[in-house]
Design a protein around this ligand. Structure first.
Ligand SMILES: CC(C)(COP(=O)(O)OP(=O)(O)OC[C@H]1O[C@@H](n2cnc3c(N)ncnc32)[C@H](O)[C@@H]1OP(=O)(O)O)[C@@H](O)C(=O)NCCC(=O)NCCS
Length: 219
């Protein structure tokens, strides 16, 4: 079995919306995702799927550890990014397993701003939120970002724990940031992600995560 993180494309938006409504009290409308994918040149959005061993769509021999590193996967990812504005994917979407999670960010000079991350409630606690976050770090690192930032509800302990595990720390508060209930947001920032200490920590975390994902039963 293999978890694969792919660039989000327009044909994913409806399904992402279904997962998002399971995740957030105030989900984004589908039009917001379409705008992000079509018009926002600094955005990167990803989706996570689980491919069983006998799936026809998964690249053969792909494992969580080598999704990004083998040349074929890198080429496919690059092609997917290139084709993204036209809503085209390199595999037939009818073959694709359901979306289990999604995430996104804006890449701005030396900063990356995480805009969203969510995992379907039925597969939480299995390391998938962490897998999505690690992929955002990878993408941010590739464009030379120094730090990542995000806003999180003050009451969202689970997400804050995930972020703290990857060096995010509170650096401010946005008062009444969330319009649905007037809740404050914590503004969190990582350490410098280009420092050797962070790069080493990320590699080690990724190794442990890959082992966990291989070990634990799929949904
Ligand atoms: C936040 C979210 C993405 C985490 O996804 P997940 O797949 O359940 O998380 P993981 O299994 O990858 O866990 C990663 C870390 O998060 C923390 N965490 C996850 N579930 C937790 C729980 N029930 N209680 C406390 N901490 C928890 C832990 O630090 C965990 O690391 P560990 O496994 O070493 O203990 C998921 O809970 C979610 O979609 N929540 C709703 C949407 C949301 O709040 N998004 C964040 C917006 S800022």
């Amino acid at each position: 079995m293999t978890y694969i993180v792919q660039p989000m494309v327009l044909e994913d938006v409806e399904e992402v919306g279904r997962v998002e409504r399971e995740c957030f009290a105030a989900p984004w409308p589908a039009s917001a995702y379409r705008r992000e994918l079509r018009e926002n040149t600094v955005s990167r959005y990803i989706v996570l799927r689980h491919f069983p061993d006998d799936s026809r769509a998964v690249p053969s021999g792909t494992t969580p550890a080598d999704v990004d590193s083998d040349p074929l996967s890198q080429m496919k990812r690059a092609v997917s990014h290139l084709l993204r504005p036209f809503g085209v994917r390199d595999a037939d979407s009818r073959d694709l397993p359901p979306i289990l999670g999604f995430a996104g960010m804006w890449l701005m000079f030396d900063e990356a701003h995480i805009t969203t991350i969510g995992v379907s409630p039925r597969v939480r606690g299995k390391g998938l939120g962490e897998l999505l976050l690690v992929h955002l770090f990878d993408e941010a690192g590739k464009i030379g970002a120094h730090r990542l930032t995000l806003e999180v509800r003050v009451s969202n302990d689970v997400a804050q724990r995930l972020y703290r595990k990857y060096t995010f720390r509170e650096e401010g508060v946005r008062k009444r940031y969330y319009s649905d209930n007037g809740e404050d947001a914590l503004i969190m920032w990582t350490e410098r992600i280009d420092r050797p200490e962070f790069v080493g920590m990320l590699a080690e975390s990724r190794r442990r995560l890959d082992q966990r994902l291989m070990r634990e039963a799929p949904p």
